[in-house]
Design a protein around this ligand. Structure first.
Ligand SMILES: [Cu+2]
Length: 357
């Protein structure tokens, strides 16, 4: 419990130092802040930038029939890449690059000047009841709250989005408050990029949040000795509820059994996706800075989904990834090597470098 604030202070101090350094491409270094530390004006600016993306013509409509707007470009890319970017060694680097491209597009397409805010869910997971009270779910200065309560019979009519049965969920239906209450998700649930317009759904589980998103887990993750174990602690140690830590924790605590956030393919349909993944990236970055000399270049893991150490369904052939492994972003960004996204203060040319406050 003590470790995280201390580390955060140390990392913030370090970030200030590194922020002064020029970046490779000369673009400004953005600072990603925790949602609740933004001013109300900044919160509204971010939410309206996301809405602007949802109201701007797409780039990849010709490739994916479900894509209706610029925001959907990113949802479709994630759907399309899902089998190559989860339960593999490139999970963290790929999502770092994806987030940076989304952040750059908020600026280039919608004139947003800030960074993607991160959501430190450990602040909201101190008890079962605290989760739903998070300021990030505020109806005006947040992303809106839980989905409408559905009975089990009503939920049974919907597609199960989570790979596991999430305990004690409290919503299940459409989000009825906040800026995304009347915005349709265009694709999902599932792996298709066909047009399947539906209301954004959430199905909170404060119970699961308190077990998978608490600060003790973050402390354990930050004390992990090597990247292979670190990656497992992010992505899952086993394919059961106890084995799901902070990555699945954020997805399933919001999405529950029927929500968009629980869907492995189309979870970026819920705008909370970006702030959840910014927090994951923040934790990886903090871990890297604890031993920067080594960890600026430390990467490993399988190149193939469900291969060791994620071989829950038996052994699968794979190669170990290296810094030279290529991360492809389709029409949305340049293909880069993992080495190009290892240092958040020295990111590729088409995105911004950044630090965390
Ligand atoms: Cu993902």
């Amino acid at each position: 419990m003590q470790l995280l604030p201390t580390l955060s202070v140390a990392v913030a101090a370090l970030a200030q130092l590194t922020a002064a350094a020029p970046t490779a491409n000369g673009s400004p270094v953005l600072v990603r802040h925790e949602w609740r530390t933004l001013s109300k004006v900044q919160q509204l600016e971010y939410l309206s930038a996301v809405k602007c993306m949802q109201n701007t013509p797409p780039r990849t409509k010709a490739l994916y029939s479900g894509v209706q707007n610029r925001y959907d470009d990113f949802v479709a890319l994630h759907i399309n890449m899902t089998d190559q970017i989860h339960f593999v060694g490139q999970f963290l680097p790929y999502h770092r690059g994806l987030l940076a491209l989304f952040e750059a597009d908020l600026k280039n397409t919608c004139g947003y000047k800030g960074a993607v805010p991160y959501w430190d869910w450990s602040l909201d997971s101190t008890s079962v009841d605290s989760f739903a009270q998070s300021p990030i779910f505020d109806a005006t200065y947040g992303f809106g709250g839980n989905g409408q309560y559905l009975t089990d019979a009503e939920k049974a009519l919907l597609v199960d989005t989570a790979a596991l049965v999430i305990p004690n969920t409290t919503g299940g239906g459409c989000v009825t408050t906040g800026p995304f209450a009347n915005v349709n998700a265009s694709m999902g649930p599932g792996s298709s990029t066909d047009y399947t317009p539906h209301c954004l759904r959430r199905d909170f589980s404060g119970d699961f949040a308190s077990q998978s998103l608490n600060s003790s887990l973050v402390d354990i993750i930050l004390s992990t000795p090597d990247f292979l174990l670190l990656d497992r602690r992010f992505q899952s140690l086993e394919l059961d509820l106890a084995g799901v830590w902070i990555h699945g924790g954020g997805h399933f605590s919001v999405g529950g059994n029927t929500g968009d956030m629980s869907d492995m393919w189309s979870s970026p349909s819920d705008p909370l996706f970006w702030s959840h993944h910014a927090m994951l990236d923040n934790v990886w970055n903090q871990w890297q800075r604890l031993n920067w000399t080594v960890r600026k270049a430390e990467i490993t893991g399988p190149d193939t989904m469900w291969a060791y150490p994620y071989n829950y369904f038996g052994d699968v052939p794979y190669k170990n990834i290296t810094l030279a492994f290529e991360l492809a972003y389709g029409q949305l960004g340049e293909t880069v090597n993992i080495s190009q996204v290892m240092d958040t203060t020295n990111m590729p040319c088409d995105v911004n470098s950044y630090t965390y406050a």
